[in-house]
Design a protein around this ligand. Structure first.
Ligand code: PHE
Length: 344
């Protein structure tokens, strides 16, 4: 019986040695260690073994079974390792290959310009204020010295929602709202960026919705010189140190006197070119000293306080900065246009 067991062990180990995959290995395991296998069979024959020999044979069987099991385990690990190695071999990664580019978005050019303008004014001590786009006729017009039937209302053709409510036509109502919030306190020193709406037909230079940045300063002893100084500093920061500005008389019902502000042409430096229509100057904003009636309606004594205000169109500033010839590019979201602002 001993020999028979030794023989079985040798056979099993040889077979284990020869198999090369897990399936075949499992078959060998079942064949030798399974319920119908030769070892079980030997155990069954124990009844015929003499009492002295029985423990010895039992021990031997266990040893042989353990040895076969060890052989099976070693082989299993070897097969798995080999499979893993083969897999790794096949899957080699060339870390020097260029990666797949991740297509990244970027900020909209108008957002960038708004931020740049905000930074310039924050640097001069201004705060950023906001107001609603759906506005009452009172704040949009009346409190800005534009009573109903005032002919100057025609300058800003409006989208009315009801008789008294409209889409704001400019950011100037935020002047009124800010002054009322401040309840007569000074200084008031704000800029207000935001969308405005006008019933214009869209073309290369007009859009029914565009963005303005309003500015307002109110305090004692504010004069036109302060207006000019602040706007000259803005022009230099925005367009370079060589930039000059000039004020031309104009009219707005909420400022007196009023002025259009031109900046020396950033394309030709003032020599005259197509962009500035050979004048050397480009209009960038409307401004003026806050009308005494506007101060008064907002709770500021015009005898004691004075202020200046200005309003600029952000699209226009951006178009001049980047040489964009059609305002509609900002709103059609063509990636060929937008992608050009990745690095600016
Ligand atoms: N609100 C004016 C406009 O939209 C611009 C402006 C603002 C003018 C403040 C003077 C003072 O045309």
């Amino acid at each position: 019986m001993k020999e028979r067991l030794e023989q079985l062990k040798q056979e099993a180990l040889t077979e284990i040695d020869q198999v090369n995959d897990i399936q075949a290995l499992t078959a060998v395991k079942v064949k030798y260690l399974g319920k119908k296998g030769p070892i079980t069979e030997v155990l069954r024959g124990m009844a015929n073994v003499s009492a002295e020999e029985r423990p010895l044979i039992g021990k031997l069987v266990n040893e042989i079974r353990e040895e076969i099991e060890r052989g099976l385990n070693l082989k299993e690990t070897a097969i798995k390792n080999k499979a893993l190695e083969e897999k790794l071999e096949k899957e080699t990664i060339d870390v020097t290959l260029p990666g797949k580019p991740i297509s990244q978005g970027n900020r909209h050019p108008l957002s960038k310009v708004i931020e740049e303008i905000e930074d310039i004014f924050i640097g001069m001590g201004f705060e950023v204020a906001e107001g609603p786009e759906v506005e009452s006729d009172y704040y949009n017009f009346e409190a800005l010295n534009l009573p109903k039937e005032h002919p100057a209302r025609d300058m800003q053709d409006s989208f009315y929602i009801t008789e008294e409510i409209l889409m704001r036509t400019h950011t100037s109502p935020v002047q009124v709202r800010t002054m009322l919030n401040k309840k007569g306190n000074v200084p008031v020193k704000i800029i207000c960026p935001g969308k405005v709406y006008r019933r214009d037909d869209d073309d290369a230079t007009h859009s029914h919705q565009f963005i303005q940045i309003e500015g307002l300063v109110v305090d004692e002893n504010i004069t036109m010189t302060d207006l000019k100084g602040v706007l000259l500093n803005f022009a230099k920061k925005m367009y370079g140190d060589h930039a000059k500005i000039r004020l031309r008389p104009s009219f707005f019902p909420f400022t007196e006197p009023s002025a259009e502000v031109d900046v020396s042409c950033m394309m030709c430096g003032g020599d005259g070119c197509r962009t500035c229509k050979n004048t050397g100057w480009i209009e960038i904003l409307g401004s003026g000293m806050v009308h005494p009636k506007v101060l008064e309606m907002a709770g500021y004594d015009p005898e004691r306080y004075s202020g200046f205000a200005f309003g600029m169109g952000v699209e226009r500033i951006a178009m001049l900065k980047y040489g964009i010839d059609d305002i509609r590019h900002f709103y059609t979201n063509d990636l060929r246009f937008l992608d050009q602002f990745k690095r600016v």
